[in-house]
Ligand binder design. Structure first.
Ligand SMILES: [Zn+2]
Length: 128
């Protein structure tokens, strides 16, 4: 794992991790316990750090360079379009598209209107 970013608050670190997670990149949050203890310590150690696997560094840095998205707005990982709609897949609906991802309880998929591709969004990106 390599640390690619640091944030002054845990919330920002989690938001960044979620953005990476929605693009299929697993991110670890470091120094969270210390930051929880005291935000002053967090400043002293350089913030809450975000780490990703070596193979994901370039992709993750590119994603994080994008301006922060408003909540609920997603970027297509295939073409970068923001014209993405989200739908929740339910067993009752009978339409389950599994993208090599174990199906979590709340599973959503995003449909890109730019390129027509879909990608899954896990509500628990750090669980495998
Ligand atoms: Zn797309």
């Amino acid at each position: 794992m390599k640390i690619i970013a640091a944030y002054p608050t845990i919330e920002q670190a989690y938001l960044a991790a979620a953005r990476l997670g929605s693009a299929g990149i697993r991110a670890d949050i470091r120094d969270e316990a210390i930051a929880t203890l005291n935000w002053l310590y967090s400043s002293a150690i350089g913030g809450v750090k975000l780490a990703v696997g070596e193979a994901d560094v370039a992709d993750a840095e590119e994603i994080l360079r994008e301006p922060a998205q408003e909540e609920g707005i997603l970027v297509c990982p295939h073409c970068g379009s923001r014209d993405v709609t989200v739908r929740t897949l339910s067993a009752a609906g009978g339409v389950l598209i599994v993208l090599n991802i174990p199906l979590p309880l709340a599973f959503q998929t995003a449909d890109c209107r730019g390129c027509g591709k879909s990608h899954g969004i896990s509500a628990h990106p750090n669980l495998e």
